[in-house]
Design a protein around this ligand. Structure first.
Ligand code: ATP
Length: 541
């Protein structure tokens, strides 16, 4: 039985499990860690590799129209000038002058706190009445009390974006009203992010660090690229950058790939590799880090091709792929970037969003980028990026559709969607808690655990070891002979192993079958070795 509502500290539990079971550690932990950097432990590295392999197999090897690439992380600095990253790869940065904290302005939300006061106003009305006879008139005066309202801003509240930004701002507004002993009705908050703050408001908005206004600076552009120097000189001529995305490698090498003669439009170039961004506020565990891994593909199409259709097809391909690795459909949604927020060259961008415990956030961006990138590099390098169209006998620069996703964000989605705590009965019928990671067999770091029922029966152990060796040639398997069998099952549940096989007395004394225990249903059945291999062949691809 699953716990109906996810616990409020779900993220903390996932982070704790990831550390305890060797999936993810803070980087350089013995020195206190380094914010925005993580290490993948023995199980994490397997899980990550499986995500990469599934993507590579489905995106590159199993298709005829996509080829792979591995370009260098440090590229010629002119690449980043041409691509627009030197001038424009920025986030809006806000400093708190008192605490020295830095925030991303678009992640800092605020609202003026407005109370509506009712004021009693006395009103006197004069009525004229005319007596019929003699035409005399009399004035009657009546005094009535009217309630007029007046809205007053009693201050500002601010919070950093979270899964409950609205609720937190509301509580802060109520607290401010109490503190100011303000009378009247609190009006609904009009929430904005700090990039939308008017200049005169900036000094009134409290810093999230101190809770007091007056210390926040107006937002300024902060370039997120990590700089480095190539060679022995430390001057501007040697300055280069760690790549903030893998995509530029595909554009810069476009001609080289075309010239190898294997590809014809439409075709794609795919790459998996590390990217680096000096994020102002890395957060939400591995969701936003400073060193991460991307899987990007540039799909080049004819300039007259129906880009909208191609864009939609790629969005659906990506969505289906996420389902194929076990992410639940209920957690996925699409977000189309509003036209007015797109870069001038962009025809459209749709993000596949995932419902993380900290909110619905971007997982995979699918952008229709026109021919901007290739044209920019052609202009800056002087090397043409055109393709010859046999049909029209014309040269043109292909357009591109770019699905770009982060491996770490997929891994986090997989951890979050797979994590469950359940009440189950042990062998004696007592209820106990089990923590389980419901990874798809495609991704599970360990596919099968081989468990000899006892360790003091040589024949039984020999059979278990033989099976283990056979499986190991093709799959990641784990051999565990220590502890009660129930405890061994729990250990495997917690690391997401889809199946356990138990070698028992029946195996060696009767028909050679062993018990196959399914992680999710916890059902057990007896199967032969050949059936186990058939099951793995079907589910692990
Ligand atoms: P965001 O708006 O969340 O900063 P982005 O739109 O800048 O992301 P892209 O430049 O489109 O992201 O990068 C493509 C993909 O790379 C993203 O969809 C995400 O999966 C991943 N990604 C981007 N930045 C990070 C990061 N700092 N940490 C982990 N993954 C990231």
């Amino acid at each position: 039985m699953s716990t109906a509502e996810p616990p409020t500290d779900l993220m903390e539990r996932i982070v704790a499990l990831a550390k305890r079971r060797g999936f993810i550690f803070p980087s350089s932990e013995i020195y206190g860690g380094l914010n925005g950097f993580f290490d993948y432990g023995p199980l994490g590295v397997e899980l990550k590799k499986n995500i990469r392999d599934c993507w590579w197999n489905d995106m590159v090897r199993r298709r005829d129209d996509i080829v792979g690439l591995e370009s260098s992380i440090i590229m010629h600095p002119k690449v980043w000038e041409a691509s627009g990253h030197v001038a424009g790869f920025t986030d809006p940065l806000v400093d708190c002058k008192v605490s020295k904290q830095r925030y991303r302005a678009d992640q800092l939300f605020f609202a003026p706190v407005v109370v509506r006061k009712g004021l009693e106003v006395e009103e006197t009305k004069t009525t004229k009445s005319i007596a019929k006879e003699g035409f005399t008139s009399t004035d009657t005066e009546a005094t009535s009390t009217q309630i007029k309202t007046e809205d007053e801003i009693i201050g500002y509240v601010s919070v950093l974006e979270s899964e409950n930004t609205k609720g937190e701002l509301q509580s802060a507004a109520e607290a401010l009203k109490r503190k100011r002993a303000a009378k009247g009705e609190l009006l609904p908050l009009k929430i904005r992010d700090f990039t939308e703050a008017r200049l005169e408001e900036i000094t009134l908005i409290p810093s999230p660090a101190t809770g007091e206004p007056g210390s926040l600076t107006p937002p300024r552009a902060f370039n997120m690229m990590f700089e480095t120097y190539v060679g022995a000189l430390r001057d501007d001529s040697a300055k280069s950058y760690l790549r903030p995305e893998t995509a530029q490698g595909m554009f810069v090498d476009f001609k080289s790939v075309v010239d190898t003669g294997r590809v014809k439009l439409p075709f794609g170039i795919a790459q998996i590799g590390k990217s680096f961004r000096n994020e102002i506020t890395p957060r939400n565990f591995i969701f936003r880090s400073r060193e991460f891994e991307q899987m990007e593909m540039e799909y080049f199409i004819h300039e007259d091709a129906d880009w909208d259709k191609c864009h939609k097809e790629w969005i659906e391909w990506c969505r289906q792929w996420l389902l194929s690795i076990g992410l639940p459909e209920s957690h996925l949604s699409l977000y189309a970037h509003p036209k007015e927020k797109l870069a001038f060259y962009s025809k459209g961008t749709v993000d596949i969003m995932f419902k993380y415990p900290f909110g619905v956030q971007e997982l995979w961006g699918i952008a229709a980028r026109g021919n901007y990138d290739l044209s920019q590099h052609a202009k800056a390098s002087g090397k043409p990026m055109e393709i010859f169209d046999e049909a029209t006998k014309k040269k043109f620069v292909p357009h591109v559709i770019e699905p770009a996703v982060g491996v770490d964000r997929i891994l986090l989605a997989v951890l979050c969607a797979g994590y469950a705590e359940e009440d189950v009965k042990d062998e004696k019928g007592n209820v106990e808690k089990r923590t389980v990671l419901r990874f798809s067999p495609r991704l599970a770091p360990v596919k099968v655990a081989v468990l000899p029922l006892v360790k003091n029966k040589p024949e039984l152990v020999a059979r278990a070891e033989a099976l283990y060796k056979n499986l190991k040639r093709k799959y990641a398997v784990f051999y565990d002979e220590s502890g009660a069998i129930g405890r061994r099952y729990r250990r495997q549940d917690e690391i997401g192993t889809p199946w356990c096989v138990t070698i028992d007395f029946e195996t060696i004394e009767m028909d050679g079958t062993f018990t196959l225990r399914d992680r999710d249903s916890m059902q057990q059945k007896r199967i032969h070795e050949a059936e186990l291999f058939a099951l793995l062949e079907e589910k692990v691809y």
